[in-house]
Every structure is written in structure tokens, then in C-alpha cells.
Design a binder for this molecule. Sequence first.
Ligand code: ADP
Ligand code: MG
Length: 345
Amino acid sequence: MLFSQDIGIDLGTANTLVFVKGKGIVTREPSVVAVDVRSNPNRVVAVGIEAKEMIGRTPGSIIAVRPLKDGVIADFDITSDMLKEFIRRATSGSPFNRARVMICIPSGVTEVEKRAVHDAARSAGAKYVSLIDEPMAAAIGAGLPVSEATGSMVVDIGGGTTDIGVLTMNGIAQSASLKVAGAAFDEAIIRHLRRRYGLLIGTTVAEEIKMSIGCVTPRPEALTMTVKGRDLKNGLAREATLASEELMEVLRRPARQIMDKVLDVLESTTPELVADIARNGIVLTGGGSQLFGMDRLLCERTEMTCVVADDADSCAAYGCGKSLSWMNHMQEGTINLARRRLLKE
Ligand code: ADP
Ligand code: MG
């Protein structure tokens, strides 16, 4: 007998995670595809880690793209090829023809794009496909009491987008999304090095700097890091030494934009739900929430308890996995309304 396979996919702007029921997270790869633009239609050369390593290193005809860069699907065909490849890797060897798939997508994605994601999963062999909004998946994965009559707030800081949601009784009471997240911090670092040191660096180095010495509140001990880049004037390789404190100034600007949006959402939330959130605290999820000091800065701004969820960058994928058990009752392909109705039962 064939077993139907249930999988949950967190199709993120930076990383795609695949959760297989009974196994946990089996694939975790960058949402990057390398394509050969000489061929028509463009041939996919590599997907995931292999493709990410090609960024900035490809010959003229091969380009590495992030198909979901800003939370919108830049290229349907490439996204669909990427999704199919990740599903294939996660299910290799096992029959996938009866699989049920729950996909979490950034909230900026339009209905047309949702349809495209849905169709891509279908053509990869999935029998039933449902989509779930990122704040909901992240909140479920972080273990928030989303089904209870109490307000929970989740701030998911991903690569391209930050998704903020107030959840109660299985619905989204209030939400907002902004295109300021992990990548915006990297860009701020790149700009700083160019202006202050006349040094050019790529996004991968900027990301390394952010993770090793970056912060938005002071670190207990000052850290420094020496980075290699290209001199803007003579084009030669040169080094500069950065301190965590100067990065704090640089990173606080994008961080403030996120904080302001959280305050906006709180302002448009009912006083009852705000009181619940004040009691329950705000939960941060997504890779970007791991930037040193994000929780403390948010706590200072909102005067509420803020915590980074355990396994913050896997919450949405776990949430997809957990919500698979509700799929039985769901109408295929229908998204918010059916889900909300169902989850209320
Ligand atoms: P998405 O859901 O959009 O794919 P993720 O939740 O996977 O995004 O988060 C990816 C982002 O998190 C990247 O911008 C990455 O640089 C950032 N990130 C991951 N770990 C850390 C860390 N320790 N400190 C700061 N940023 C981090
Ligand atoms: Mg995400």
C-alpha cells in the first residue's frame, strides 16, 4: 500500500525549508536558482546551496537569482522549478504522487502568485495543496496559543520581508508586512563600508559581518572583525577593521523601521488584544530576529516583554508541519477563508 506523504514547505525569501511528517525538517536550502540565460526557455543550472555559491562568481551567461527576493514572485517559472526540485530532494525515493502539501509564503504574494505556487506544487506531484500566511505559520511553529481567545503577536523577520501579525481564535486580527528584514541589514553594512572606508564588499561578506559582530543594542564585550574587500579607487584588494559599536549605529536605522511598523500594528489593534499581548509578550521569529539585540530593542520601544522563539528560523516550517493535520478538512487550494472557518471548529 502506498502511504500518502504529508509535507510542509516554508517558501521563504532567503531560505526554503521542507518538513516531512514523521521525519521533521529534511531540507534547508537558500531560495536561490542559477539559470543559463543563453538557453530559451532559460535552463536551470543549479538550485539551493550550490546556486548560492555561484552568486557573484558566475560567467556571463549564468546568473544566480533569488526568485522571491522581496516577498513577491519575480519569476513564476523559476520559482516553480525551484519548488519542484526541493520537493524532489525531500521526497527522493518515496512515492510523492499522493502527497499533501502545506506551503507558507511571504504575505506580499498576490492571489495570482499564490495560484502559481499552488500549480507548481501540483505539477511536482502533490495531490492536495494549501497555502498558509507567514505570520500564522510562524506563530503556530513558535507554539503560540493561536486557537485561543487571546491575542498573540508575532514579528517574523526573514530575508526580504518582515511579517507582523496579531493572532486570535485562529485568525489574523491585524497584520502588516514591510520590505525591511535581513537583507536590508546586509545592504546597510555594504553602504557603510563604501562610504566610510571606500571599500566594496559583496552580500555574503556583509551577512557574515552582521552575524559575527552585528548588533542593535550594545554587546557585553566590544568585538572587531577584519574584512577584505575591493578598494573603490584603485580596484585592489584591501582590508578594514570594523567594530561592533559602529555597526550598531548602522544597523539601528533599518531596525527602527521594523520597530515603527510594530508600533503601528499595535496602534490599530483593539485595546483588549493589546492587553493580551502585553500579558503574553511579543514573539520574534525568522532568521533576522537572531540579530543581536533585536529582542531588547523591541522591548525598549514597546515596553512589552519580547522573546526570540527557540529555533527562530525554523518556526514557519514547523508551523506548516503542525497545520498539516488540519488539512483533512480543508478544501483544496482555498486559502484564508476556508482555513479560518476550519480552524474555528
Ligand atoms: P526567509 O523566511 O525570508 O527565507 P529566514 O527566516 O530564513 O528568511 O531568515 C533569513 C535571514 O536571517 C537572512 O537575512 C540572514 O542573514 C538572517 N540571519 C540568520 N541568522 C542570523 C543571525 N544569527 N544574526 C543575524 N541575522 C541572521
Ligand atoms: Mg520566513
